[in-house]
Design a protein around this ligand. Sequence first.
Ligand SMILES: C[S@@+](CC[C@H](N)C(=O)[O-])C[C@H]1O[C@@H](n2cnc3c(N)ncnc32)[C@H](O)[C@@H]1O
Length: 342
Amino acid sequence: MTALPEQLQSAVDTALRRFPQQELARAVTRLIIRYRQGEAATTPILVTPVDAAAYAGYRMPGTYAAVRSALTEIARQLPDFAPRSLIDVGGGTGTAVWAATDTWPSLGELTVVEQAPEVVALGRRLMAEAPRLRETVWQRGRIDPAAEAPRADVVTLSYVLGELPETTRAATVRWLAQSAGLLVLIEPGTPAGYERIVRARDELIGQERAVVAPCPHQRDCPIPPGQDWCHFSARLPRVGAHRVIKEGSLNFEDEKFSYVAVAGAGALGVEGSGGTGVVAGRAANRVLRHPVKRKGLVALRLCTGVDGLAEVTVTKRHGADYRAARDVEWGEEWAPSTPGHG
Ligand SMILES: C[S@@+](CC[C@H](N)C(=O)[O-])C[C@H]1O[C@@H](n2cnc3c(N)ncnc32)[C@H](O)[C@@H]1O
């Protein structure tokens, strides 16, 4: 389970207490309907202070869990990466900054670019609770591929691509990658979210960027279009105001997300950012579903580094690989000691 950091949870709870319950509930309902429509936003969705607070209460826990989970996998692939600077574009209330600094404590220069003033104001207030985040620079501004590209060791774009007009997405992605050491794009784990990620991935590979995660290869995504979608899941607790807002009886939920992380040529010490190059640290295989664990066997659905998609069964007679398979989770790398075991 990935909970919000304590300081953030308590700051969000304080922010929510400023508004009557009913007003918040109405704002959350409006946001749910708006995000389900899934259309690009021609005008900002988060306008008023209650919109910003409702967003923080309703979306920050799930978004934090998703971003933290994606970054954890990326960090596993890049054990020597110790980034110093981060720019979170379309950063909202700054969720990705919290998740990134929890993943890489080396991060010190932090910037959020966000268009909506009330969202910036709330994001700042939340970060005031965390000494390591207090110096974060909040730039009020719109994504503009004609402007200077964000230059940082890590650039994140989390749950934003879907709000951009389709015609501007490719240019935005190229712009984001231009001066980024590592670029991380995260979208909802829906067919539409995956579709945006896979298109962005194609665009970035065309720009000679090296895919770091989740893909174990640099080739076309092997998932048959329209039949399935590559996504992952992060479990988070529903606590306090979040549970009230969600009006659910469960005390946890699973946030589904799709993502891709790419490194620039020569960045991060990864090799071969060209089409067929090998990237040091890229996963051998990626687990694409909850493994099916039965007595004496584990069945894994994999995206493999060499041979597209595969279903493999690891049994007791595979010894150490079987014990490893019992622990492996959806979204993690599967790197058997014996290649025949997956
Ligand atoms: C769904 S929210 C995601 C916020 C944050 N990245 C997160 O993961 O929690 C989308 C954010 O992108 C911002 N956004 C959308 N289009 C933008 C643009 N053209 N320029 C700057 N920010 C934009 C919105 O104001 C909103 O805060």
